[in-house]
Design a protein around this ligand. Structure first.
Ligand code: FMN
Length: 405
């Protein structure tokens, strides 16, 4: 066991002891998390939500970093609704189906994934665990999970690709300087990324009050990683190394229009995915503008307080896309049954954001592996129960929207 690992283990156990003072949103999971922490075994967690309390405890001495994971926009209600809205849908189980063999695999852009769950882009992972994105990538490798790397990751792309040992998707923030955007795309393509995911839901100036509050509670001087003690991804993210970012004032340009997407489409030679679509109108237009995939996402409720859950946006997007490109979804997916419902409503793949870094913060690589294992275990179980031996069987007939929801 490395020194930093035992130190972080001590912090985890100490942090767990301090949990009641931190005011957990889910006391039940907090209590369960204490047991997992005491056993020091990522495999002891019963569900992925238990890792939230563990991550909070592991980061007890870095409240701003936990606040960065947790935060939504304004009152964080869209964060909660993303998850709660899965309860709007009920699963219709069928009987007398041979489910002695369950095949959870899906085919995405010519690659077979063992399950439909992928790791969505989460920035700055070394703020949550010293091994950061490299540990996440090793976990993804051990479970053959697709990894979408954040544009503002804290580990160099080449190192993440090496740790993953297979092609990763590159998430892209298109800055207001086209030259920088162009360089980012070319670099990702040269590194062998088969897909670029342009994030379109991240206008500058978001109101992350939970983060701001946590920053006030954080007494550290953070110039080690943050220029001027503020969050400044442009100057620390390895993706921008060697690029002239002096003209970049916006990570997502406020004048980004469909014409911008056309220009990007002409540039990108690999698959181009747009991440952050929440309406049928935009989904149809995105297809007309030549994208290869759509992610229904509201950035985990971090950018806008729309009060509209992504799972409730999915049906209109799927209807508008009419099978032209694969539709993915992320936001509030916390159970195998959530994955099942998203598939039944037409998703090809399902992304997870916070759960991967809860696992990472608490246990490093083993935590991310355990999170992926729990999704796989729970999905397999509901596929058995529902009488769906493979993913194709999870069609629209398998869910019904609650009459009163
Ligand atoms: C700490 C954190 C950092 C994130 N960083 C990025 C990012 O750099 N790029 C991006 O497109 N999405 C980013 N996201 C959004 C995720 O990719 C994903 O859309 C969202 O987290 C899914 O919701 P969930 O956290 O409820 O699973 C981030 C999310 C979190 C929690």
């Amino acid at each position: 066991m490395s020194q930093s690992w035992s130190a972080s283990r001590r912090a985890l156990l100490g942090g767990i002891a301090a949990l009641p003072a931190l005011g957990l949103s889910r006391p039940l999971f907090g209590a369960a998390a204490a047991e997992v922490a005491a056993s020091a075994d990522a495999k002891a967690a019963l569900n992925v939500m238990e890792f939230e309390a563990l991550a909070r405890a592991a980061l007890a001495d870095k409240p701003a970093h936990f606040g960065y994971i947790a935060t939504g926009a304004d009152d964080d209600r869209t964060v909660a609704i993303n998850h709660d809205a899965f309860a709007h849908y009920e699963i219709r189980s069928r009987r007398f189906v041979d489910v002695s063999h369950v095949d959870m695999s899906v085919q995405v852009f010519g690659t077979r994934w063992p399950t439909p769950v992928y790791l969505s882009a989460v920035s700055s992972q070394r703020a949550f665990h010293p091994e950061g994105e490299a540990a996440t990538a090793r976990a993804a490798a051990s479970r053959s999970a697709q990894l979408m790397l954040s544009n503002v990751a804290s580990t160099a792309q080449a190192d993440v690709i090496k740790a993953r040992g297979a092609p990763i998707w590159q998430q892209l923030y298109a800055t207001n300087d086209w030259k920088v955007t162009e360089a980012l795309v070319k670099r990702a393509e040269q590194l062998g990324c088969p897909a670029i995911a342009l994030t379109v839901d991240n206008m500058p100036g978001r109101n992350n009050e939970t983060l701001l509050r946590a920053m006030k509670a954080d007494t550290r001087v953070c110039t080690t990683c943050h220029a001027n003690n503020s969050h400044d991804p442009l100057h620390k993210a390895p993706a921008y190394a060697g690029l002239d970012v002096s003209r970049v004032t916006e990570l997502s340009p406020t004048d980004m229009s469909w014409a911008f997407l056309d220009k990007l489409r002409r540039l990108v030679k690999v698959k181009l995915i747009v991440k952050g679509i929440v309406t049928g109108e935009d989904a149809a237009l995105a297809c007309e503008h030549g994208v290869d995939g759509i992610v229904v996402s509201n950035h985990g409720g971090r950018d806008e307080e729309t009060l509209r859950a992504t799972i409730d946006c999915l049906p209109e997007v799927v209807a508008a896309v009419k099978g032209r490109v694969p539709v993915f979804i992320d936001g509030g997916v916390r159970r195998g049954t959530d994955v099942f419902k998203a598939l039944a409503l037409g998703a090809t793949g399902v992304g997870i954001g916070r759960p991967q870094v809860w696992g990472l913060a608490a246990f490093g690589q083993a935590g991310v592996e355990s999170v992926l294992d729990i999704y796989a275990r729970e999905l397999k179980q509901i596929m058995r129960q529902a009488g769906t031996p493979d993913i194709r069987a999870i069609d629209a007939s398998r869910v019904v929207r609650k009459a009163y929801a």
